[in-house]
Design a protein around this ligand. Sequence first.
Ligand code: RIB
Length: 317
Amino acid sequence: MTTAPITPPRDATSASHADAVVVGSLNMDLVVRTPRAPHPGETLRGRHFSATPGGKGANQAVALARLGASTAMVGRIGDDAYGRALLANLDREGIRCRGVQTSADTETGVAMIQVDDTSQNSIVIIPGSNGELSAADVAGADALLAHARLLVCQLEVPLAAVREALARARRHGTTTLLNAAPAMTLPQDVLALVDWLVVNESEAAALSGHPVGHPDEAVQAIRRLRRSGCRRILVTLGAHGVVAADEDGLHHHPAPRVAAVDTTGAGDTFVGGFATALLRGEAVAAAVREGQAAAALAVTRAGAQASIPHRDELAPH
Ligand code: RIB
């Protein structure tokens, strides 16, 4: 494990390399706004429909880029209109996409998202081409991983690809961050390759085997998870804030108070804000606060990528 919070700036980076590499999913989000969740068997009239770019991997890449980090993406799209739209969108955000492959016979991933008037969402994903991202695809992006300072992964692509990315980054001395979302259990060898683990309540519960809802339960989960070899862990608790653990100890960061309209992508925005601040050389506590500030702004707007702020929208701190 590296001892600094993040890999220091590399000596030489070329135009095709980036400080942050995201290995993860790209989805088209098919979003309906409804007054409330429908009951089983019920037909409900929704208020609004949109098809907008999403996917935890792409969302985190956009958050990194908008908040100031040079960013590259490794993933898979289908050879279809959604795939082309997602790629064009990342390109507009200035994200380097040479690591995004196209599957000939499998459609681009989609997420069916329902957001109700209390700002709660429910999401069903169809992985599509995300499910074909392979260890060989990641091996093909080895130069990106070698020149990056930070690798960011999630769990919407196959675990073999995530493991390959983490192992290659570790060999290259590139700091690794795993946002272990969606919730699942993980093998010990994968957790041991993670420098920064970021999880919400349900993800922390899945990994630790115990319920997590409040800061004291997050502390217990962190103590259990640290036995896996991962020492730096952030547990995000929504309105209860964030518990962060690193070599300096455990700290609770209360959440900013906001009136949420849509929490889709809030966790992705937090990861992007936290990671970008680390890349800028901020201390861990300041990086957590930056992630929280970015996510707090994002939940006041609709959409996943549409809600992610740019750096100049964040108040200086
Ligand atoms: O984290 C939010 C994302 O989860 C959405 O954009 C959707 O695509 C799902 O992957």
